[in-house]
Ligand binder design. Structure first.
Ligand code: HEC
Length: 147
């Protein structure tokens, strides 16, 4: 009986440790070439949408900093973060729904009027939620700010 109990807890611990590592909410390693995830299909819907948005920010920022500064036609995908499954439910911190709604509004504002102010609004929306829900990518998000 006792043994059954402890092995159950052992399994739970191992599973939650694995979920934590998969989530990449922990601090990222130093800059440099990034290895592709070993099991990309294990990524949650939420994590995949985050990576996609991050890539869109990089593309827009590069276009602005390296180009002629023309924002015409720049747009971000409008995800509903409240409808996408995360790696584990511990990510639904208090206020998460409100952060997700506020962020959605900032993306919509950007898409209506792409420019430096609405872009900054989007990046600060990323930062606000991450400070509470998932601090690991904060360093990466800071690099998306305009110079
Ligand atoms: C409403 C809260 C919220 C907002 C807004 C938000 N994120 Fe996230 N983000 C999360 C959570 C929670 C995770 C962990 C998802 C998971 O592992 O399932 C995450 C994960 C990530 C990851 C890691 C993905 C991976 O490979 O595991 C990156 C990078 C990221 N977000 C970047 C961004 C960027 C850039 C923005 C703004 C465009 C943004 N996030 C906006 C909550 C948020």
């Amino acid at each position: 009986m006792h043994q059954l109990f402890s092995s159950k807890w052992g399994t739970a611990l191992v599973l939650s440790a694995a979920a934590f590592m998969l989530s990449r909410c922990a601090a990222e390693s130093s800059p440099g070439p990034q290895l592709a995830p070993l099991q990309p299909n294990r990524s949650s819907e939420l994590a995949a949408s985050m990576r996609h948005l991050d890539a869109e920010l990089v593309a827009i920022r590069t276009r602005i900093t390296d180009g002629d500064g023309d924002w015409t036609g720049a747009a971000l995908t409008e995800y509903d973060f409240n409808a996408l499954a995360p790696t584990d439910s511990s990510m639904f911190v208090e206020g998460y729904t409100a952060f997700a709604l506020a962020f959605h509004k900032r993306v919509a504002d950007f898409n209506v009027a792409p420019g430096p102010d609405t872009y900054a609004g989007v990046v600060s929306g990323c930062t606000s939620c991450h400070q509470k829900a998932c601090p690991g990518p904060l360093e990466r998000i800071a690099k998306r700010e305009l110079p």
